[in-house]
Write a protein that binds this ligand. Structure first.
Ligand code: ADP
Ligand code: MG
Length: 647
C-alpha cells in the first residue's frame, strides 16, 4: 500500500525583490497512516511553510506530493478544496474561529461545505463538543471562551468532516501549561483512534509526545527519529456520508444568507447608508412612473369625454387663425353630405353662443350650444333625467333644451325637478326636456352652465346666421380614424374648392398626450437610473471594505474546504441582500409617499403598477449582482495562506 503522505524533492521558493528566497530545500518525507509526527525546528526554519504544503493550502515550487498514492501537485483548486474538506483537519495556533458564530456554528461550518444535512451536522457538532468537555458552552461565542476552550472548539471543527489527517501548527503556542497539556492529551487520543496527526512545534517537550520527531533547520530535514514503535493500524471512526444535490445548494444559500444578515446587522448604520442610494433610486423610479400613469389617466379620461374616434371640423386654417371667426364656409349642407359617407357613423353640426338664463328670480350666464340630434350619441353623453331631442325637434326648430347638471344646479332648488320647467334664455323661452351629466373638468370640459338646443333653433333664434362653429363627425367603428380623417378632408376640400377648414382628431390628441407622458417618464427614469448606478457603486465600495475586513475569515473558510465558488456566492448573496432590502425599503417609501400625496392633492392620484414594483425589486437584485461581483470575485481569488496570515 502506498504511504499516506509522500513528498519527493519538494522546494518552496518565495520571490523577494530581485532575488528569491528558498524556504524549503529538497524535502523528502514519508508519513504512514496512523502516525503521530512532530515537526520541530527554530522559528523561521520553514515548518509552517511545510505544513501549508502538506495541507494543500500552498503549492510547492518544485517536487511532487502524493496523498494515498495519488499525485496532488497538479490538482485544480476545487479538487484540492474537496481533499481538504474530506480528509484534512487544521488546528491553528490562534484558533481561527469566526467571532460572529457560536461554538456550535463554528464546528458545523465545514459540514455545510461538505453538504451534510442540518440535523446530522448539528448532532455531530454537539457530540464532538460534548466529548471535548464543551457541552455547556455550545452557544458561547469565541470572545466568551478561554484560549484552551477555543482550541477545543477548533479541534472539534477539524473533526466534523472526518479529519483522518490532523495538521496542527503550534497548537499549544498561545496556551497556558494546563490548557496546552489538555490539547496534547486530546491529540494523543485522536491518534489512538487511528488518525494521522502532524504537530508543528518549536517546543521539544511538546514534540516528545509524538512517536516520531522530524527536525528541520533552514529548510532542510536534519533529523528524523522514531521514539516509539508505531501502533498497530486501526480502522478510522466512521465518517458521515456526504449528501449531494439540491439540498446542499439550498443549505449553503441559507447559511450564506444568515451569515450575510449577521454581518449586515453588525454594521447597521453603514448598511443603511449603503442602501440609501438604492432606496432613493427605486423610490423615485416607482413614484415617477406612478405620477406619469396617474396624470396620463386623468388626461385620457378627459379626452374620452370628447367621444371616441371623433373628428371635429373647424373653419379656418388652425386654432391660431384669427380670421376663423369670420370664415363662414362651413354649412349645414356640408354636414348632410358628410353623413352620406360610408365610413361616417354620425354627424352633428354645432354652433354656439353665450347668453343669460333666467328662471324666476335666479339668473346665470350660460353657454348656448346648437347641436344635431346625433350629438349626444357622438359624445357619449349620460342622461340623468328626461330625454334627448330628436330629428323632428331639429327640423321643427323647437325651443326644447337639454341642460347639464351645472345648469340644473345653478337654476333650480331641486335639480331633479328641472325637466318640464320653462327657462328664459336671452329672453327666449325654452322648455327643459332633459338633464345630462356635466363634462369632466380640465381639458375640453368646463364649469360652464351648458344648454343644448337644436342647432336650427340656435341659428334662427339666437344667431341669425346659418354658418357653423364646427361639425363633429363620429367615424364608423370599422373605419381607421386616420384614413377617415384624410377622406373627410379630401371630401370637404372638393366641395369647397379650397382648404378653408381644419380637422381635430381626438385619437391624435390621445396619442400625443400618451407619447408626451411616455417621454417625460423616460426622462425622469433615466435620472433615477443614474441614481441607482451611483447607489450600486456605493454597494460595491462597501463590499470591497467588507471583503478586506474579513480576509482571515475567508482564509478559514477555504482551509476547511470552501471552494472559490462558495466564497464568491457568499459575498454575492450579501451584496444582493443589501440591494434587495434597499429595493424593498424603496418600494415602501414610494407607497408611503403615494398615500401622503393622494391625501393632499385633489387633482389626480398616483397609480402604482405591480409590474413596475416587481421590475424595481428585480432591478435592485441585478444591481447587487452586478456591483457585488467584483468584490466577491476578489474575495474568492484570495490565496488561503496569505488570507490566514492576516490578523
Ligand atoms: P516557521 O513556521 O518555521 O517559523 P515559516 O515557514 O513561517 O517558518 O517561514 C519560513 C521562512 O519563510 C521565513 O524566513 C519567512 O520569512 C519566509 N516566508 C514565509 N512566508 C513568506 C512569504 N509569503 N513571502 C516571503 N517569505 C516568506
Ligand atoms: Mg510557523
Amino acid at each position: 500500500m502506498a504511504p499516506l503522505i509522500e513528498l519527493r524533492g519538494v522546494t518552496r521558493i518565495y520571490p523577494s525583490g530581485e532575488e528569491s528566497l528558498t524556504v524549503l530545500k529538497d524535502i523528502d518525507l514519508t508519513i504512514e497512516r496512523g502516525e503521530m509526527v512532530a515537526i520541530v525546528g527554530p522559528s523561521g526554519s520553514g515548518k509552517s511553510t511545510l505544513m501549508n504544503i502538506l495541507g494543500l493550502l500552498d503549492r510547492s515550487t518544485t517536487g511532487s506530493y502524493a496523498i494515498d498514492g495519488e499525485d496532488v501537485t497538479l490538482l485544480d483548486n476545487d479538487a484540492r478544496s474537496r481533499l481538504r474538506r474530506e480528509h484534512l483537519g487544521f488546528i491553528f495556533q490562534r484558533y481561527q474561529l469566526l467571532s460572529d458564530l457560536t461554538a456550535l456554528a463554528n464546528v458545523e461550518m465545514p459540514a455545510i461545505y461538505a453538504g451534510h444535512s442540518p440535523a446530522v451536522r448539528r448532532d455531530r457538532a454537539e457530540s464532538l463538543l460534548q466529548r471535548l468537555g464543551m457541552g455547556a458552552r455550545l452557544s458561547h461565542r469565541p470572545g466568551q471562551l478561554s484560549g484552551g476552550q477555543q482550541q477545543r472548539v477548533s479541534i472539534a471543527r477539524a473533526l466534523i468532516n472526518g479529519g483522518d489527517i490532523i495538521l496542527a501548527d503550534e497548537p499549544t503556542g498561545a496556551l497556558d501549561r494546563d490548557s496546552g497539556e489538555e490539547v496534547l492529551r486530546i491529540l494523543a487520543e485522536l491518534h489512538h483512534e487511528g488518525r494521522t496527526v502532524v504537530i508543528v512545534t518549536h517546543d521539544m517537550s511538546v514534540a516528545s509526545r509524538a512517536d516520531r520527531i522530524i527536525e528541520i533547520a533552514d529548510g532542510r530535514i536534519v533529523a528524523d527519529r522514531r521514539t516509539r514503535d508505531q501502533e498497530t493500524q486501526k480502522a478510522l471512526p466512521k465518517k458521515p456520508a456526504n449528501a449531494a444535490g439540491l439540498r446542499v445548494v439550498i443549505d449553503q444559500l441559507l447559511e450564506a444568507t444568515t451569515m450575510a444578515l449577521r454581518s449586515l446587522a453588525a454594521h447597521r448604520l453603514r448598511t443603511f447608508l449603503t442602501m440609501l442610494g438604492i432606496i432613493i433610486g427605486i423610490a423615485s423610479v416607482i413614484c415617477v412612473v406612478a405620477l406619469g400613469e396617474g396624470s396620463q389617466r386623468r388626461v385620457l379620461e378627459n379626452i374620452s369625454s370628447l367621444g371616441t374616434n371623433t373628428l371635429e371640423v373647424f373653419p379656418g386654417s388652425g386654432f391660431g387663425d384669427t380670421r376663423s371667426g369670420r370664415v363662414k364656409t362651413l354649412r349645414v349642407a356640408d354636414a348632410k353630405a358628410l353623413s352620406q359617407l360610408s365610413y361616417v357613423a354620425a354627424v352633428t353640426p354645432t354652433v354656439s353662443t353665450s347668453g343669460t338664463a333666467r328662471f324666476g328670480a335666479t339668473e346665470a350666464n350660460a353657454l348656448i350650444n346648437g347641436v344635431g340630434a346625433q350629438y349626444f350619441s357622438a359624445k357619449g353623453s349620460k342622461l340623468i333625467s328626461g330625454r334627448f331631442f330628436d330629428e323632428t325637434s331639429v327640423s321643427g326648430m323647437t325651443q326644447d333644451a337639454v341642460i347639464d347638471t351645472n345648469a340644473a344646479n345653478a337654476l333650480f332648488d331641486d335639480p331633479m325637478l328641472a325637466v318640464g320647467k320653462v327657462v328664459l334664455l336671452n329672453a327666449v323661452p325654452v322648455r327643459i326636456i332633459g338633464v345630462i351629466s356635466a363634462q369632466q373638468g380640465g381639458f375640453g370640459g368646463s364649469d360652464n352652465l351648458s344648454f343644448f338646443l337644436p342647432y336650427t333653433s340656435v341659428q334662427t333664434r339666437f344667431l341669425g346666421d346659418m354658418s357653423l362653429r364646427s361639425i363633429t363627425v363620429r367615424v364608423a367603428d370599422n373605419a381607421e380614424s386616420a384614413v377617415a380623417e384624410t377622406a373627410v378632408a379630401d371630401f370637404l376640400q372638393q366641395r369647397h374648392g379650397k382648404k378653408d377648414f381644419f380637422i381635430l382628431n381626438t385619437d391624435d390628441i390621445r396619442k400625443t398626450i400618451t407619447s408626451t407622458a411616455g417621454t417625460l417618464t423616460l426622462l425622469v427614469s433615466a435620472i433615477a437610473v443614474i441614481s441607482l448606478v451611483v447607489g450600486g457603486i456605493g454597494v460595491m465600495n462597501i463590499m470591497l471594505v467588507s471583503v478586506s475586513e474579513r480576509i482571515s475569515e475567508i482564509g478559514v473558510r477555504m482551509a476547511v474546504g470552501a471552494r472559490r465558488q462558495d466564497i464568491l456566492r457568499q459575498f454575492l448573496i450579501e451584496a444582493v441582500l443589501v440591494c434587495l432590502l434597499g429595493g424593498i425599503a424603496g418600494v415602501l417609501t414610494a407607497l408611503g409617499f403615494g398615500v401622503v400625496f393622494n391625501n393632499l392633492a385633489s387633482g389626480f392620484s398616483l397609480v402604482y403598477s405591480t409590474t413596475t414594483i416587481a421590475l424595481a425589486v428585480l432591478c435592485s437584485c441585478l444591481i447587487g449582482l452586478t456591483f457585488g461581483f467584483l468584490p466577491a470575485r476578489n474575495a474568492s481569488r484570495l490565496d488561503p495562506v496569505a488570507a490566514l496570515a492576516r490578523d
